[in-house]
Design a protein around this ligand. Structure first.
Ligand SMILES: *Cc1c(COP(=O)(O)O)cnc(C)c1O
Length: 388
């Protein structure tokens, strides 16, 4: 069975990858190459026309007033917090189950990260846990739209309003997702909180061919502040009014992003198709819990397709899939509150029941816009055979 499967893969199927940026590039090569050539000829590498076009295109796509491009998603988070005027000692509440960038910048700015537990179905920050963690020092909440699914933004915005807190959406994994509020309004993630950040790291849903990021806000004053911070705190040439940083998106990356933004909804639909096929093929197995999504998945753009493996050895499954040439990932294997850099006596293990369980159960399958039926079938067939 194993060798038959390998032979099948060789003659009929592209190599299975976590993300397949080579195949994706083949389809947009003429446009990307021509745009890059134009940048090379014009030599406007920084703040060239492609960056301004991309900024305007993304504002229109997201329906936000201001997009401020910057160098990467981690900078975008840091600059957002600087722009809000958070100062050392302020507490910022975020999810325990996410990529470390989120807490890293909180700590770097001398703010106090406060990690809280997540929900077992969506893996997103638990609003009840946020409320419980609020103190007089709390200034902001950073919900992460983890794996591409919108966090519980209605509840989070209500808590923020009640306690007068800022909400910074970490939209690095959620770009293109639409959040439907209880009152029926549809908003793209990144346009709900006071400010939002995203990343254009190559493997993200909207990725460039290097590093890139952006900040979004509907607040004119904050946008002005942020535009100065990304540029050394300059609002007038060589007048430095605030402490800033140097964080820019370059023109070559903007060329790629302009081309891929046109296709973002298509890419996300392809991801949703793959997610629906995975779920159809896997959901009946008693040891597999497929992702929980609402309705038509409009709130989920499947940056990752992440299963929970119940009552079985997840690590053995990882090794088995890898031995069968199926890449997979464990996002994330260690909760942030237990990372050496962020341990704090304030934390009580009993408050992290969900995260502590998820780290042993989650496994993310290959997910990208180029997955095809043969690949998904092969992955599911192989995966199910593990339990035989
Ligand atoms: C990727 C990512 C970031 C950081 O983005 P970079 O561009 O790599 O700096 C931040 N938060 C989350 C949730 C991410 O997935």
């Amino acid at each position: 069975m194993f060798f038959v499967a390998l032979y099948y893969q060789k003659v009929a199927m592209r190599k299975i990858q976590m993300v397949d940026l080579q195949t994706q590039y083949e389809f947009i090569k003429p446009q990307v190459d021509a745009g890059m050539q134009e940048v090379l000829s014009s030599a406007q590498f920084i703040n060239g026309p492609a960056v301004k076009t991309f900024q305007a295109n993304l504002e229109k796509y997201l329906g936000v007033k201001h997009v401020i491009p910057c160098a990467n998603g981690t900078d975008a988070l840091q600059i957002s917090m600087m722009g809000l005027g958070l100062t050392p000692g302020d507490e910022v509440i975020t999810a325990d189950f996410t990529f470390a960038a989120t807490v890293e910048v909180i700590a770097l700015l001398g703010l106090t990260p406060v990690m809280v537990d997540v929900l077992p179905d969506t893996f997103n920050i638990d609003p009840a846990a946020i409320e419980k963690a609020i103190t007089p020092k709390t200034k902001a909440i950073v919900p992460v739209h983890l794996f591409g699914q919108a966090a519980a933004m209605d509840e989070i915005m209500e808590i923020a309003e009640k306690h007068n807190l800022f909400v910074i959406e970490d939209n690095a994994q959620g770009i293109g997702a639409t959040f439907t509020s209880k009152n029926g309004t549809h908003t793209k993630t990144g346009g709900i909180g006071h400010v939002a950040s995203t990343s254009f790291f190559p493997s993200k849903n909207l990725g460039c061919y290097g590093d890139g990021g952006a900040i979004f806000t509907n607040d004119d004053d904050l946008a002005h502040t942020l535009r100065g911070i990304v540029n050394h705190g300059m609002y007038k040439r060589y007048h430095h009014d605030v402490v800033g940083v140097n964080s820019r998106l370059d023109s070559l990356q903007a060329v790629v992003l302009n081309e891929k933004l046109r296709l973002l909804d298509f890419y996300n639909e392809r991801r949703k198709w793959a997610a629906i096929r995975y779920t159809q093929l896997l959901e009946h197995h008693p040891k597999i819990q497929t992702p929980v999504t609402s309705g038509d998945c409009s709130s989920h753009v499947f940056h990752q397709y992440t299963l929970r493996i119940l009552d079985a050895d997840r690590d053995a499954l990882v090794a088995y899939l890898q031995a069968n040439q199926i890449p997979c990932g464990v996002y994330y294997p260690i909760p942030l509150h237990r990372q050496k850099a962020y341990v704090d006596s304030r934390y009580n293990e009993a408050d992290f029941c969900v995260t502590n369980q998820l780290i042993n159960e989650v496994i993310s399958l290959p997910m990208h816009s180029e997955l095809d039926e043969a690949q998904v079938l092969f992955i599911c067939k192989t995966l199910l055979a593990f339990f035989d």
